[in-house]
Ligand binder design. Structure first.
Ligand SMILES: *Cc1c(COP(=O)(O)O)cnc(C)c1O
Length: 484
């Protein structure tokens, strides 16, 4: 499989070449040249693979369609090593549970950091280690986090050969639980850097350091951001696992042998998660609808309702109680737009370079086919607010006896609005409630239980270096700790 850029550039790298890269040279995002198509019998084979041989085997069968520059036995052992019950808590890896009439929650948040980013990041850690060892190279990952991404990256890369992680975060601004998750790590290749400032200061430092191209090359600096194709590909797998489980659970008790239709509701921010659902659907998985759920930061809901994609500035980006969805622009969205436009790289480039970068928006509502195209791709959307989250969390607790996190609550609220009688809605559970106790307390008057192994983590010694918001200081720290 070769990969192309959404902005029409001429290069056609293979999987391992784009694995360690970010954007394509022309500023676009990488996508496979085509989506492998699965017919009914291929889907049936995958279903049997999942039910008899498990999630890792399913992951291998899907990944091999997109990766032809890693020998198959190696790819298989990478999948086997990644998706284990020991790391993800259950044999199904992403189990479904019922949550009211026709609704299931798919747990993507039972990994080491209790949020769905582990699903992809754990695979990325093993792929990076494999490829760097093969090339005899090293990589220094520099990132900025306000919570979930940083800890998922650290837990995926800890102890990995040839990799160091330098993770900046705003000093004192993450929850005590999130700080404890990251700062309690004792691995020598993990460097927590608390910056005296806000998240934007951290991002500015990352930009300044990686913008120094000589330094970037000398220190072999890379990232693990959400536009990485391998992360997206890893996420495609759980749509298959969720779909197969939903079919099985929902068919039980039905008089007819006809399976109900299955849709997915996805709490969305950077559009990585739901874009993986789009890829699964393009491959032939018969997903009825992909329901994009946003919080008050409704860039995506606005687009799917009006055809206008209007990015926000930081003053108009709200801090909400589902913080991992607080985005001003959706960094993976360009991938979907490219497909929506019939894979026209020239037009995609114009929309993002002229429209978004220069004017802050583009408008597809004038295109006659816009509405039919959206329907063709199965997308619908909706929005959820702080009050909606509180209400959904409280209701789910009262009626189902289940505590759900605020992001999942956004997905559930919007998913319900798009549920069709007789059909199944799978809502992706993207984090566990313990990560967002303050909101849970506000909604139901009590704090969520702690999963085993997380008791008292706030009391562990903290491994963190506090620094002023000064890119040079971060560079100095990196130089001191890298083998040059
Ligand atoms: C990252 C994240 C999201 C948003 O996912 P995208 O892929 O950015 O759309 C939703 N919920 C949680 C808990 C997250 O960590």
């Amino acid at each position: 499989m070769r990969y192309l850029s959404t902005r029409g550039g001429a290069e056609r790298p293979g999987f391992c070449d784009i694995l360690l890269e970010g954007l394509a040279p022309d500023g676009g995002l990488y996508l496979p040249e085509h989506y492998p198509k699965l017919d009914a019998s291929a889907l049936e084979d995958l279903k049997i693979t999942y039910t008899t041989r498990g999630y890792a085997a399913l992951a291998f069968e899907i990944l091999r369609l997109y990766i032809d520059d890693i020998p198959l036995p190696d790819l298989k052992s990478i999948c086997d090593k990644t998706y284990t019950q020991a790391v993800f808590g259950t044999p199904e890896i992403t189990p479904l549970r019922a949550c009211g009439e026709g609704v299931y929650l798919q747990a993507l948040s039972n990994g080491p950091t209790l949020a769905f980013k582990d699903m992809a990041m754990q695979l990325l850690g093993n792929l990076f280690e494999y490829e760097l060892t093969r090339r005899g190279e090293e990589l220094n990952i520099l990132g900025a986090t306000s919570g979930d991404t940083g800890s998922a990256a650290e837990y995926a890369m800890r102890g990995k050969k040839g990799i160091r992680v330098f993770m900046t975060s705003p000093n004192g601004r993450m929850s005590a639980f999130q700080q404890a998750q990251m700062f309690s790590l004792t691995d020598e290749n993990i460097f927590n850097i608390a910056i005296d400032g806000v998240f934007d200061d951290c991002q500015d430092i990352v930009k300044a350091v990686s913008g120094d191209l000589v330094f970037k090359k000398r220190l072999k600096i890379g990232t693990v951001n959400s536009i990485n194709w391998a992360r997206l590909l890893a996420q495609v797998v759980y749509y298959f696992a969720g779909f197969f489980q939903a079919q099985k659970l929902a068919s039980i008790g039905l008089a007819s042998h006809q399976s109900p239709r299955v849709s997915f509701a996805v709490p969305s921010g950077n559009f990585g998660n739901v874009c993986a659902g789009h890829v699964a659907r393009m491959m032939g998985l018969p997903i009825a609808h992909l329901v994009v759920a946003t919080n008050e930061n409704d860039v995506l809901d606005e687009f799917f309702k009006t055809g206008v994609y209007r990015v926000r500035n930081s003053a108009s980006t709200f801090e909400t109680s589902s913080p991992s969805m607080d985005i001003s622009k959706a960094s993976n969205f360009e991938r979907f737009v490219f497909d929506l436009l019939g894979r026209d790289g020239v037009q995609t480039k114009a929309l993002f370079e002229e429209g978004v970068a220069r004017h802050g928006f583009f408008d597809l509502s004038g295109q006659a086919s816009f509405t039919t195209q959206l329907a063709h791709f199965g997308f619908v959307s909706g929005k959820s607010t702080h009050q909606d989250r509180l209400k959904t969390i409280a209701q789910t607790y009262q009626t189902q006896g289940q505590l759900i996190d605020p992001h999942t609550a956004d997905g559930l609220k919007v998913g319900r609005e798009h549920s069709l009688a007789g059909d199944v809605m799978v809502v992706l559970e993207t984090a566990l409630p313990i990560k967002f106790s303050a909101t849970i307390l506000e909604a139901v008057g009590q704090v969520p239980p702690r999963p085993p192994g997380f008791e008292g983590i706030e009391l562990l010694p903290k491994h963190v270096i506090v620094m002023p918001a000064d890119a040079q200081k971060v560079k100095d720290l990196m130089v001191q700790n890298c083998n040059l």
